[in-house]
Design a protein around this ligand. Structure first.
Ligand code: SAJ
Length: 412
């Protein structure tokens, strides 16, 4: 059968490759023509270990093609972004656009899977949208007979940086609008998934995905709050956590400059949005993590007071270690906040995964992107924001005599 994967980003493209590698005929669909061109030539528009070789292989054997037009297919996987709007509700416009592309292609018998992380009820909404757009077809509703088109939610849980491994080995949750929808989705994911496939209803699958990321967010917030308290008490938070984690039932995560990425900093809001009066903890965790970049920036600004004309070097802009993704990155927020507070400061940034400064920093005259070699020797203050391997393994002797602010605890 043929599978159309709508959205060739961090999730869609690896999913398309996984299916194509198992012998399915996969068409990748994206609105971005550059992305489509790249994939059609076997290239990958972003950095993810082992993905490039898999894409060029799948394209090479003719199993994976790419286009801007949604084709007729037996299964459709929607893997488009679901960012949040300024009021922190989900922006479902990309999902809606995908549904509008799929609807005219349906002939009956297809499976439509929503993979995008979505607020509770979105899969049901997708089914309702399809029903409105195609009144000639029977769409699934709980407890009703066999529909013409099956609809399910199969959230992804892969970790950027380990996507190609986790795509295959992670357990998967497949939630159907009806049990039959879940069964259909299971047989599609069975093609490549080696982990357990857990069948459930669509809303439980939606909620499980959100809960996973909220769990991590709350736990990181706990670590970040400990870092604030420890700093206040002049304690080394890493030492405190190391000791506490020797308890058999304690496993505290790592504090850092904040929480970035497109999932953990977003998904908890979808839970808050679904029950605002019942979620003070999840909301507080979000606020603790969102407040961290400002705190780090304020600490750095305070440290500059002891110099006449200091040079500050910030190491890392990516949202986490060893990825090239600078979007939604607390490190970028830290650098921007330092530059806002001290516009005349000589501020150098080192990011081995970037060739240019991101939009938030590019217009600032005193902020420059440099190599570690160029930047560090001149530095008075070195701020470690991302624990890239390159920074971890840096010789400590290069930091001698400098004020060091290590937000990741890698040099302790
Ligand atoms: N972070 C910390 N301290 C930690 C762990 C992480 O400050 O101890 C920070 C990171 O630096 C980063 C952010 O949190 O800024 C998120 O990084 P991450 O590695 O925890 O997660 P993501 O966003 O790359 O991927 C998450 C994963 N979810 C969970 O681990 C529960 C992944 O499995 C999901 O598939 C992904 O979100 C997603 O797409 O939802």
């Amino acid at each position: 059968g043929r599978v159309a994967v709508i959205g060739l980003g961090y999730i869609g493209l690896p999913t398309a490759v996984a299916l194509a590698t198992r012998g399915l005929d996969v068409v990748g669909v994206d609105v971005n023509e550059d992305t489509v061109k790249a994939v059609a030539h076997g290239q990958v528009p972003f950095v993810e270990p082992d993905l490039a070789v898999a894409v060029s292989g799948a394209v090479g054997i003719g199993r994976l093609t790419a286009t801007t037009e949604t084709p007729v297919a037996d299964a459709f996987i929607i893997a488009v972004p679901t960012p949040f709007l300024p009021d922190r509700t989900a922006d479902l416009s990309y999902v809606r656009a995908a549904v509008e592309q799929i609807a005219p292609r349906l002939r009956g018998g297809e499976l439509v899977v929503l993979e995008s992380t979505s607020p509770p009820g979105t899969t049901e909404l997708v089914s309702r949208w399809l029903a409105e757009l195609r009144p000639d077809l029977r769409l699934p509703h709980e407890g009703e007979g066999v529909p013409d088109v099956h609809v399910a939610h199969c959230p992804e849980r892969v970790l950027p940086g380990r996507i190609m491994i986790e795509m295959i080995t992670n357990d998967r949750v497949v939630g159907g609008i009806t049990p039959r929808c879940a069964a259909r989705a299971e047989s599609l994911y069975r093609v490549f998934a080696q982990g357990a496939i857990l069948r459930t209803d669509a809303a439980s699958a939606e909620m499980a995905k959100l809960v996973e990321n909220a769990y991590r967010d709350v736990n990181i917030a706990f670590a970040n709050e400990l870092s604030l308290v420890s700093e206040h008490l002049r304690l080394d938070v890493w030492e405190v956590i190391r000791l506490a984690n020797h308890h058999p039932r304690v496993n505290i995560l790592s504090p850092g400059p904040g929480v970035g990425g497109h999932c953990i900093a977003v998904d908890p809001w979808f839970i808050v949005g679904a029950a605002p009066h019942l979620t003070p903890l999840i909301r507080a965790a979000r606020e603790v993590n969102d407040g961290k970049p400002q705190h780090v920036a304020a600490q750095v600004v305070a440290k500059t007071a002891r110099f006449r004309d200091p040079t500050v070097v910030c190491l890392g802009l990516a949202f986490k270690a060893n990825v090239d993704d600078l979007r939604e990155s607390p490190a970028v927020d830290v650098v921007a906040a330092i530059a806002d507070a001290l516009p005349d400061l000589d501020l150098r940034v080192v990011e081995p995964y970037a060739e240019t400064l991101p939009r938030e920093l590019a217009h600032r005259e005193r902020v420059r992107l440099q190599s570690a070699g160029e930047a560090i020797d001149d530095a008075d203050i070195v701020v470690l924001l991302v624990d890239h391997d390159q920074f971890r393994s840096m010789s400590r002797s290069r930091l001698e005599g400098k004020v060091v602010y290590d937000t990741r605890g890698v040099w302790r």
